[in-house]
Design a protein around this ligand. Structure first.
Ligand code: MEV
Length: 442
């Protein structure tokens, strides 16, 4: 590859076409321009929406948008959009949804909706002075925030508490203003961060103005003000439950009770073994991320929080659990989900808007419930496959299709390849050889 030296300092100032030209001159042996421009939206006005989500945008990166149809959640039916590139995920969620639709469906409840933010700062003076000051000023802090919180308060949210936290046992002179928030149907990141920055400004200002603090070591040094994506009190639970008899048909010849015990052992393994727990939870996030992404929510925040929650006991464990009792099998997923149905990308991305519409414009609580149900469906589908046929059977079918598509296989070739691989291991090499043979003979 040949590299031309091109001025990069003001790359962000170039137009989109100029940026592509710049890259084309750098990657001279790639068909870069054609590859990038062919994924532009046909309608420039639509393309502009995508261009403006982020910076230095050149084109769109497509991911499949599918649905898990007929998911019964609290006795209501939903067709749940999922955005994911991995094969078998949507199929697993759909099959699990079908399985549970005749066994009462998914049940869900939101346990709490609290979000968190912190002003991290250093204070060298006596702790008691600071404690008294914060206590004294608490009302003033709330008042100072009222221009920012008025709208949110009208909707039933706002800042719900403000505490000083002593962190000097971790870092010398380190304290936090720890605030909790209710952000209604917004994920609330902007709202929380604006409130925190205002709290930090007022803290600095009021300490400076107060004559009790004119000794030089009585200064507040703000380090940073930022929401926490760890929201263990923004929690949702989803569960499915059926009698043992209703599991009789999962493995032919195995009574439902015995299968329930096998399933429970598989989940218990993910409770005690970190290697299994990570894969188990990854499967849960296959479903969760796909719906979070489709709704234009922040899947990185959801993932980071979910994994921290999974490790809250000091060991990383399964987010789901099984209870067997009174002749019933109950499978539960509990995890924090800080989601929004207003603001951010939810109202900008045309497919997120459509997704929310298909979900009957849920509020944030309802969306938490839908997402948790799909996470549980995914987990159930994965464990059911793992404890019965193994996952490769389903995976390989999809894998075979992906490989055949990469060779632009015809309908006849697809049919023959499917028949050929019913009892053989699918691999790229094996498929390419089969196609080669078929094409030679043809
Ligand atoms: C694959 O993306 C997800 C699974 O590995 C999850 C699991 O093992 O539980 C099938």
């Amino acid at each position: 590859m040949e590299f031309n030296v091109v001025e990069t300092k003001s790359f962000s100032k170039l137009s989109k076409v100029e940026k592509i030209e710049w890259l084309s001159s750098k990657y001279t042996d790639e068909n870069l321009e054609e590859c990038l421009t062919k994924f532009w939206h046909a309608n420039p006005a639509d393309q502009k929406i995508f261009d403006e989500f982020s910076e230095n945008t050149l084109t769109n990166f497509y991911l499949p948008f599918g649905i898990a149809p007929n998911v019964m959640i609290n006795r209501e039916m939903y067709d749940v959009p999922m955005v994911i590139e991995e094969s078998s995920v949507v199929a697993a969620a759909s099959n699990a949804a079908k399985f549970w639709s005749t066994r009462g469906g998914f049940h869900t409840e939101v346990i709490s909706m609290t979000k968190v933010g912190q002003v991290h700062f250093l204070w060298q003076g006596k702790k008691e002075i600071l404690e008294n000051f914060i206590q004294e000023k608490k009302e003033s802090f709330f008042q100072a925030l009222s221009p920012l919180t008025a709208n949110m308060q009208k909707r039933g949210g706002g800042v719900t508490s403000l505490e000083l936290i002593d962190k000097t046992h971790d870092i010398e002179n380190y304290y936090q203003l720890y605030a909790t928030f209710e952000t209604c149907d917004a994920m609330g990141a902007n709202f929380i961060n604006s409130c925190l920055e205002e709290l930090a400004n007022k803290l600095t200002l009021w300490v400076k103005e107060d004559s009790r603090f004119n000794e030089s070591n009585n200064t507040v040094k703000i380090v940073m003000s930022i929401l926490s994506n760890y929201t263990p009190d923004c929690l949702v639970r989803a569960w499915v439950s059926c009698s043992f008899d209703e599991l009789d048909d999962v493995i032919s010849g195995m009574p439902g009770r015995e299968y329930a015990e096998k399933f429970r052992t598989a989940v218990e393994i993910a409770q005690c073994d970190v290697n299994r727990a990570v894969t188990h939870n990854k499967g849960i996030f296959n479903g969760i991320d796909a719906v979070v992404l489709a709704t234009g929510n922040d899947f990185r925040a959801v993932e980071a929080c979910g994994h921290a929650y999974a490790a809250r006991s000091g060991q990383y464990r399964s987010l789901s659990s099984v209870r067997l009792g009174n002749d019933r099998f109950t499978f539960t997923l509990e995890l924090p989900l800080a989601l929004g149905t207003v603001g951010g990308l939810t109202s900008l991305h045309p497919l997120s808007k459509l997704t929310l519409k298909m979900l009957r414009n849920p509020d944030a609580k309802k969306l938490m419930e839908i997402v948790a149900a799909i996470g549980l469906a995914q987990n159930f589908g994965a464990i059911r496959s793992l404890t019965t046929t193994g996952i490769q059977r389903g995976h390989m079918k999809m894998h075979l299709m992906n490989i055949l598509n990469s060779f632009a296989a015809s309908e006849v070739e697809v049919m023959k390849a499917k028949a050929y691989f019913t009892d053989k291991v699918v691999s790229y090499k094996a498929v390419s050889e089969l196609l080669k043979t078929m094409r030679e003979h043809h």
